[in-house]
Ligand binder design. Structure first.
Ligand SMILES: N[C@@H](CCC(=O)N[C@@H](CS)C(=O)NCC(=O)O)C(=O)O
Length: 202
């Protein structure tokens, strides 16, 4: 088993943090995104979309999509639970995980993809769309600050995959100049707490 990884990219970081929280060790193989090795024909045999991370099982099965990889490890290594504990809780964690992905992580990633020089000549960029996503990201960070007014973590009292997705999204915003604002005290408190967990360095 191995995970095709990129130390600089936010989606692979989600999986590394998830595994660190569970204390699971899997060999990582760094794939050079700068040289676009992930988009080569050979790599596309593992993931036709050419994106990272990818989990390759011993039988050769390749699983991409960060949440799918996390789901696999949650099933075989349930403790500590990061995706909910019973039907109600699992549904709530999934709700928050999807909200963090669609409302926080993806808009922030779209700013980078559409406005940053890294993706010039790699993908069709629409800088104006990047700016729309920047406004949306800033708006949604304000919303997240309000969400966190009455709870320690994003899905409630327990640290979950929703916190991991949000942390990786918020941190990735820095490369595009998207930051937690001084008045967003709930968000800052949450960010300090999740960043201080040893897993955040994974
Ligand atoms: N939905 C996928 C997104 C994967 C993705 O976009 N990965 C990025 C790194 S954060 C990537 O491989 N980018 C390189 C590229 O597009 O060339 C997931 O959840 O894993």
């Amino acid at each position: 088993m191995r995970i095709y990884d990129s130390q600089s990219a936010p989606n692979p970081r989600r999986v590394r943090i998830f595994l660190a929280e569970k204390g699971i060790k899997v060999p990582y193989e760094e794939v050079d995104i700068v040289k676009a090795v992930n988009r080569s024909p050979d790599f596309r045999k593992k993931n036709p979309l050419g994106t990272l991370p990818v989990l390759e099982l011993d039988d050769g099965t390749c699983i991409s999509e960060s949440v799918a990889i996390c789901r696999y490890f949650e099933e075989i290594h349930p403790e500590p639970p990061l995706m909910g504990t019973d039907a109600r809780d699992r549904a709530l964690v999934e709700m928050w995980q999807r909200r963090m992905e669609f409302e926080i992580f993806i808009p922030i990633a779209q700013v980078f993809r559409n406005a940053h020089a890294f993706f010039k000549d790699r993908i069709p960029q629409v800088p104006e769309w990047g700016e729309v996503c920047r406004k949306q990201s800033e708006h949604q960070l304000q919303w997240l600050d309000e969400v966190l007014a009455d709870r320690e973590f994003i899905a409630g009292a327990r640290y979950t995959i929703a916190d991991i997705t949000a942390l990786c999204g918020v941190d990735f915003g820095r490369v595009s100049g998207i930051r937690i604002q001084p008045q967003q005290e709930n968000l800052a408190r949450w960010h300090a707490a999740v960043s201080s967990r040893p897993s955040a360095k994974a």
